[in-house]
Write a protein that binds this ligand. Sequence first.
Ligand code: DAK
Length: 259
Amino acid sequence: MDLVKVTCTDGIAWMEIHRPKAMNALTQAVLTELEVEIASLAADLADLRVVVLTGAGEKAFVAGADIREMATMTPAEAAAFSALGHRVLGALEALPVPVIAAVNGFALGGGCELALACDLVYAAENARFGQPEVKLGLIPGFGGTQRLARRIGPMRALDLVVTGRMVGAAEARSLGLCLDVFPADELKSRVQTIAEGIAAMGPVAVRAAKATQARGLDGPLATGNALERDAFALLFATSDAREGMAAFTEKRDPVFQGR
Ligand code: DAK
């Protein structure tokens, strides 16, 4: 245990993958622990506002699935491993609050896929992203052939997947793999400030925004717009929306209750 460390303060939960000697590579044990921690956050959502995922140490966010563990897998074991990864990343993505990746170094293979399952990605200047599975005679197994294309477009995604090349933080930003790049020693504090900014917004509205966008992207635009209309209207039944609009007209800061 203790391969994933979680601390939660004022509604902001930091989850740290903790295997620094192996560049935080994802074993079945790490993924299983991550699944337990995500389920535990999902079971106690009342005060949760934002989740931040990062890696222990200064070198790696996550350098991929653990190659040593994969080296002896049978096809059936590989299928189970891939299913576990998909389940965990799906659970992370499905958390109702925004999930931020603070990429503090290598985000390769399964590590890049983990970042892709996060809503917002920020990187340290020393971060390096890539899907190097083809170098091992493999393809991405935790959604990299799917989420990457959806996030940065199919041509840019396939370039990374078939060349296996690593990109630095600046190129990652220009590709749309991360939103912004910070000096390594500022990454945590900058991401914390961003998380606090989100946590100060109307909590019901923030969740509605995430859910509406995600559901809308799964279908045609007209369906997405209909979902937005319903969610927008529903927010007028919340005291937070009344408070937010009253605070604006009264020229004061809103005090949101999360209902
Ligand atoms: N797995 C296991 N150990 C790893 C690792 C990894 N992915 N990455 C690093 N390590 C370990 C190294 O083996 C080394 O351990 P010791 O030798 O000290 O015991 C330690 O971390 C420090 O690494 P280095 O000495 O190599 O450090 P460097 O700074 O020189 O290099 C590096 C850092 C990140 C560039 C290098 O370690 C590297 O290239 N690592 C491998 C990166 C990689 O190829 N990642 C993608 C993994 S493949 C699927 C399911 C899942 C997947 C695919 C299919 N199906 C079921 C179908 C996913 C695949 C992947 O993620």
